[in-house]
Design a protein around this ligand. Structure first.
Ligand code: ATP
Ligand code: MG
Length: 379
């Protein structure tokens, strides 16, 4: 069974959209899929899938971990897709007791008997449980939007994941563990390559173990809600930071444009893949699903060239999708399917978004000016 956890750091960047639609794409391709909503406390995946009434979910299992887990694995109208809802009442994963988390992980892994792909929609943030769910696979997906806050959070999420991986490899009582603990206590801001160098000197055996473990750790990026091909470049920054400061190779799985059709799909209670399979956004999800299904997890290796290719490909896809979107507008206007009124609405909503961006931009400029004047004062 392949496990595909979907995380982000920042909320509202499209994890649930990506999770639900990827799950549908896999099921349509004939895979036996289970989609689980692990965003406890803020579960809303059932809405993206189109379930009206909340079904029994993980919350009711966690209330009694001896109960039959299969009670919360619901059938859906989509052939091959089963769904485990979360819980809106249950306080978030931050409050999960470790026996609950372990029981949940055991039950999820046991789905292997009749499941090909398990997709996990994770909550926002970097709580330990979220990191552990993310690390159930070496190839978890991080979703980001091009906004600075989102990319920063994606990076911070990955940084926390690497630390969590270190803590699972370096056992208590070892020299390596002590190095980590000292760094944490001193609140030192060290980059992973520096920490690894320190650990290699005091505990070469532990260092080797970590190097082996991290060989299987190749998180993948989905850059969502881009507005133009230029936005796709932001991914490069996350990649560089990951290589330089975290010593990890981030693969680019693809871009997705911001598309108002998603709002209509949502209000029609349908995943966009079913609502409008030919839309640019649905096609970009199919493309990502294909990339995931193409590689064989057993023999999964990744070279620097593969990573380069993945970024180049995503850049090209951003250009092509942009042209397709523009052609589509032309076509719709021509056939009368898109009225001048619709266009006016779109322009208005874009202006609203621009206004929001302007505010964010001013805020960041203000912060930058403050930081510069602080530096000058120190000199
Ligand atoms: N590419 C897109 N185009 C248009 N709307 C989008 C796109 N991606 C996401 N959205 C919308 O943005 C909102 C947030 O998306 P979603 O709920 O999937 O994010 P999330 O990361 O799961 O959020 P949370 O952290 O709250 O769980 C939703 O209304 C969704 O329909
Ligand atoms: Mg969500």
């Amino acid at each position: 069974m392949r496990i595909i956890p979907i995380a982000s750091g920042k909320g509202g960047v499209g994890k649930s959209l990506v999770a639900a639609n990827l799950a549908v794409a896999f099921a349509q391709a004939g895979q036996r899929v289970v989609l689980a909503d692990l965003d406890l406390g803020a579960s809303n995946l059932h809405l993206v899938l189109g379930f009206h009434s909340p079904l029994k979910g993980i919350g009711s299992f966690l209330a009694n971990t001896k109960s039959d887990f299969m009670n919360v694995v619901n059938k859906t109208d989509i052939r091959g897709l089963r769904f485990i809802p979360g819980d809106q009442e249950m306080p978030g994963l931050a409050n999960l007791k470790s026996f609950q988390r372990n029981a949940l992980i055991r039950r999820l892994l046991a789905l292997e008997a009749d499941t090909d792909i398990l997709v996990l929609d994770l909550g926002a943030g970097t709580h330990q449980s979220i990191l552990d769910f993310f690390l159930l696979s070496g190839q978890g997906i991080v979703v980001s939007s091009p906004a600075v806050t989102a990319t920063l959070n994606a990076y911070v999420f990955l940084k926390n994941t690497v630390f969590r991986l270190m803590y699972t490899v370096f056992k208590k009582g070892t020299e390596a563990f002590t190095v980590l603990e000292n760094i944490r206590k001193d609140n030192k801001h060290l980059y992973i390559p520096q920490i690894l160098k320190e650990i290699e000197q005091v505990d070469p055996e532990a260092h080797k173990k970590f190097v082996d473990a991290s060989k299987h750790f190749h998180p993948r990026l989905v850059m969502n809600m881009i507005a133009n091909p230029k936005d796709a470049d932001v991914a490069m920054k996350i990649r560089r930071s990951c290589e330089e400061y975290l010593d990890i190779m981030l693969e680019h799985l693809g871009i997705m444009y911001h598309d108002t059709i998603q709002d209509t799909a949502l209000s029609s209670r349908l995943p966009v893949l079913l609502y409008k399979p030919n839309s640019v956004i649905a096609q970009s999800i199919y493309r990502i699903a294909d990339k995931i299904m193409q590689d064989d997890e057993e023999t999964f290796t990744l070279t620097k060239e593969d990573i380069d290719d993945s970024f180049q490909e995503a850049g090209l896809e951003a250009e092509i999708d942009f042209e397709t979107k523009m052609d589509y507008v032309e076509e719709l206007l021509h056939t009368g399917a898109l009225s001048q009124g619709d266009l006016l609405e779109t322009v208005k909503s874009q202006q609203f978004e621009l206004g929001k961006l302007k505010k964010e931009n001013n805020f960041l400029k203000h912060k930058l000016a403050q930081a510069i004047s602080r530096d000058l004062n120190q000199e």
